[in-house]
Every structure is written in structure tokens, then in C-alpha cells.
Design a protein around this ligand. Structure first.
Ligand code: UD2
Length: 311
């Protein structure tokens, strides 16, 4: 059994990661300031005697270091972040504080507490507009948003820190994650969370473009498993890996699953393609397989069915 400290524990990916760690028998200390995380996401976890929840702002100087020093975990999974690309465009300072400075504080906390491993929530956004698919880890990294830039800077900070101070650092480059507990609040939320809410409310969804665009949609359950592997698998080395399925799913494929489950729903409305949208995105899953022993297991159709079932 390992003891894992998770920042952003009440968030979408964080809460699933906590659930998975507990399910595998580990002890977990979770931290969240509930800026975007929700206590309800941790209902199951809070019933476990192996889970401790701290209300904590990881971007506040000293707060995380003190908590990690007391907890003395084997690994730190740093998921607390500003997660909205749009918000990163509106508030550069906040993006820097919550995505770069908080990562620096997490690295410092791990060093102060003698934590052996850090797992970091990176993103496919570090690659920017990619020239060829599938995107491999060594592809050029030319982010096109402050969010992507902050994630790339954080990777560099952590990997350098790992070499200097002898920590194992794993950067997890998530592709399009979907599943229960994802917030559909903004028009820029993940498309599947938006579609799930609209279908539930029997309202028409809007498809920007003709629906032929593809993404590498990955279930949050797979992402949680990848995080647990990165945090607890013995004998792994520092590095960065795409966390993806390696498969392309079009919006039309996604729609057909929703329509099958909601035959009564109004038909989708097709609108102009969104400015700046990329047509296709798909990752190479090879490095995660080789370095973490991770392969996605949840077919997109099954993940969608679960989301629809949970209502
Ligand atoms: C992700 C980021 C985005 C930007 C981009 C860079 C998220 C949620 N979005 O966008 O901010 O960093 O990556 O590649 O992480 N769509 C619809 N109807 C809707 C909503 C979306 O048709 O109601 C389309 C959208 O125009 C796009 C596709 O669905 O073609 C996927 O949209 P998304 O925002 O879920 O993900 P993505 O990869 O475009």
C-alpha cells in the first residue's frame, strides 16, 4: 500500500483518481480549495477510513509544503490547476499562478517532504497545431494558448527539478478526457459534457462544423488508472507520455451514440465551424504503454453509455 497525496482531489480527474487509488487499497490525502472542485465528487471517498481531505489553496505560499511535510506521502499527484483554456486567455496572471507557480510550489513541497515521485497533469495543448498524426511525444511543442504554454513550462520545471533532486517525475499529457463529473458549464467545456447535459434536458445540441472532426476521446476511468500507475508502479523512470487511446472518434460517432440512447431528442443543429478549431487530433499511445504499462480499456461508446445512464 502506498500513501499518495492528490492536489485538485475534488475535481473531475482528481476525484476519479482518488476513487481509483482507494479501490486499489492505497491511502490517500486529498487537497482542494473548491474553486472548481466539488465536495460531492468525493462522496464515496469520504466514506473510506483511508482517505483524508484537506481544504487548501495550493497556490498559497507554504500551504502545500506544510501539508505534504506532515503527510509524508510516497507520491504526489498534482492535478490542481486552472483548467479552462478560455479563462487562461482572459486572466494571464491567474493562469500563471494556478498553473505555473502552483506547480513550482508542488515541486518545492515534494522536495521539502522527501516525496519520491511527482505525477503532473499535463495536456495535449502543449503541442499546439500539430503537423502530423498521431501526435508523438517528441513532436514540436508550440502551444497556442497561455494554458498550453503554462503546462509546457510546468513540465520543464518538474523534469529539471526531478533530475536535480533525484525525484521521479511523470508528466501525463491528457487528450480529450470525458466522463461523469465533468462540468458542462461553459460553451468551451468538453463537448461530450455539453452534449450529455443537452440530451438529458431534451434540448438540441449544436455541432460546430459538419461533425466530421475527430478527437482522441479518453474515458476519465482510464485516465485515473494511468495516474495511479504513474504514481505507484515500481521501477519507472521520469518522462512524459500521452494519455490517450490512439484512436480517432468523430463528433458524428459521438452523436450517433447519444441519439441511440435518446431517440426522442430533437435533431442536432449544425452551425459554423468554431474559429481556431482543429479538425483532427489523435495521440500515439506507444510511450504510455512502454513506460507506464498503460493502455486504455474503456471503448468510447461504453464510456458514453455510462455517462448517459448516470444521467
Ligand atoms: C480543446 C480545448 C480547447 C483548445 C483545444 C486545442 C477543452 C474542453 N477544449 O478543444 O480549449 O485548447 O483543445 O486543441 O479542453 N463542439 C461542438 N459543439 C459544442 C462544443 C464543441 O460541435 O457544443 C466541437 C468543437 O467545435 C470541436 C469539438 O467539438 O470541434 C471538440 O471540442 P472540445 O472543446 O471538447 O475539444 P477541443 O479538442 O476542440
Amino acid at each position: 500500500m502506498a500513501h499518495v497525496f492528490v492536489t485538485g482531489a475534488a475535481g473531475f480527474i482528481g476525484s476519479h483518481t482518488v476513487d481509483r487509488l482507494l479501490k486499489e487499497g492505497h491511502r490517500v490525502t486529498g487537497a482542494d480549495n473548491f474553486r472548481t472542485g466539488r465536495r460531492e465528487n468525493l462522496t464515496v471517498a469520504l466514506a473510506s477510513p483511508r482517505f483524508t481531505l484537506l481544504e487548501l489553496d495550493v497556490a498559497r505560499e507554504g500551504g502545500l509544503a506544510a501539508a505534504v511535510t506532515v503527510a509524508r506521502p510516497d507520491a504526489l499527484i498534482h492535478l490542481a490547476a486552472l483548467v479552462s483554456v478560455q479563462e487562461s486567455m482572459r486572466d494571464l496572471g491567474l493562469n500563471f499562478d494556478l498553473n505555473v507557480r502552483a506547480t513550482h510550489l508542488a515541486a518545492e513541497a515534494a522536495r521539502a517532504a522527501g516525496t519520491g515521485r511527482i505525477v503532473f497533469a499535463s495536456s495535449a495543448a502543449i503541442y499546439g497545431d500539430v503537423a502530423s498524426l498521431p501526435v508523438r511525444e517528441e513532436a514540436a511543442k508550440l502551444p497556442i494558448s497561455p494554458y498550453g504554454a503554462a503546462k509546457l513550462a510546468s513540465e520543464a520545471l518538474l523534469l529539471g527539478h526531478g533530475v536535480a533532486f533525484g525525484l521521479t517525475v511523470r508528466c501525463q499529457r491528457y487528450f480529450n478526457v470525458f466522463g461523469p463529473r465533468q462540468d458542462p458549464a461553459s460553451p468551451y467545456s468538453g463537448v461530450i459534457s455539453i452534449f450529455a447535459r443537452r440530451y438529458r434536458e431534451r434540448k438540441a445540441v449544436t455541432v460546430y462544423g459538419d461533425g466530421s472532426q475527430t478527437r482522441d476521446f479518453i474515458s476519465v476511468h482510464d485516465v485515473a488508472r494511468a495516474n495511479v500507475l504513474a504514481a505507484t508502479r515500481p521501477d519507472i523512470r521520469s518522462g512524459a507520455a500521452n494519455i490517450c487511446t490512439g484512436r480517432a472518434t468523430s463528433l458524428l460517432d459521438v452523436l450517433s451514440v447519444f441519439r441511440r440512447h435518446h431517440p426522442e431528442a430533437p435533431p442536432p443543429v449544425f452551425g459554423e465551424a468554431r474559429a481556431g478549431d482543429i479538425l483532427h487530433s489523435r495521440g500515439s499511445a506507444a510511450v504510455a504503454a512502454a513506460e507506464l504499462g498503460f493502455q486504455s480499456e474503456v471503448p468510447v461508446e461504453e464510456g458514453l453509455a455510462e455517462l448517459i445512464r448516470l444521467g
